[in-house]
Ligand binder design. Structure first.
Ligand code: TYD
Length: 212
């Protein structure tokens, strides 16, 4: 089972993932948490280039390809082997981030991006994707208040973050069997219980077919 967490910045994905993984591990599954961009030594170096406030001259196409190079490495070095060994992978952002940010946010052709994504991932798609949906104004305020790292990609306009959110909502509408929309303005505990319940239900539902 391959689970991804998606959503606008400040939706709390990164703080939800640890407790979710702990819960699923206690429930008896072998679970690995990872994140994008990064998640491998090569990917972490690519992440540094992407996030660096000094990379202001980076061309949008360069940025898109760097995200894909980090992703290709993560898929082949970490995700596929772990899934093949019967484990569960929970990833903080994946291919849908490229569609939401570079596609809906920056206006790059979705068809072009989809073919790049297919190449980068070798066609690997998540089984379940949570959209931690949040008003971008709230998300940005949260990130600033939290004093977390403030990077080059955060420094975009509010209008851009609104397009990203709307893009995510459309992606979820297009593939309702994979996506689950979670209201990330709820208290973190409420978000966490929803993630746990849905993930567990989906995993249990998959088990009989696996054994068959
Ligand atoms: P990160 O610090 O991981 O943010 P978050 O905690 O919100 O996940 O930074 C990742 C940033 O990169 C985030 O603004 C989303 C952006 N991003 C893209 O634009 N395209 C992508 O394909 C990915 C994976 C991330």
């Amino acid at each position: 089972m391959f689970i991804t967490l998606e959503g606008p910045d400040g939706g709390g994905k990164s703080s939800q993932i640890g407790p979710l993984v702990e819960f699923l591990t206690r429930a008896g599954y072998r679970v690995l948490a990872t994140r994008e961009p990064g998640g491998t030594p090569i990917g972490d170096r690519v992440r540094q280039v992407l996030m660096d406030l000094g990379s202001a001259e980076m061309h949008p196409r360069t940025e898109i390809l760097l995200f894909q190079s980090s992703r290709a490495q993560l898929v082949e070095q970490v995700i596929r082997p772990y899934l093949a060994a019967g484990g569960v992978v929970v990833c903080d952002r994946y291919a849908d981030s490229t569609l939401a940010y570079q596609g809906y946010g920056q206006g790059e052709s979705l068809a072009t991006l989809r073919s790049l994504l297919d190449f980068a991932t070798g066609g690997l798609k998540p089984d379940l994707t949570f959209l931690l949906d949040l008003d971008p104004e709230v998300g940005i305020a949260r990130r600033k208040a939290g004093g977390g790292e403030w990077n080059r990609l955060d420094a975009n306009t509010l209008a851009y973050h609104r397009r990203v959110r709307a893009g995510y909502q459309e992606l979820a509408r297009l593939e309702p069997a994979r996506w689950v929309l979670v209201d990330a303005s709820q208290p973190p505990d409420a978000v966490q219980s929803q993630l746990r319940r849905i993930a567990l239900d989906r995993m249990r539902a998959q088990e009989p077919s696996r054994q068959a």
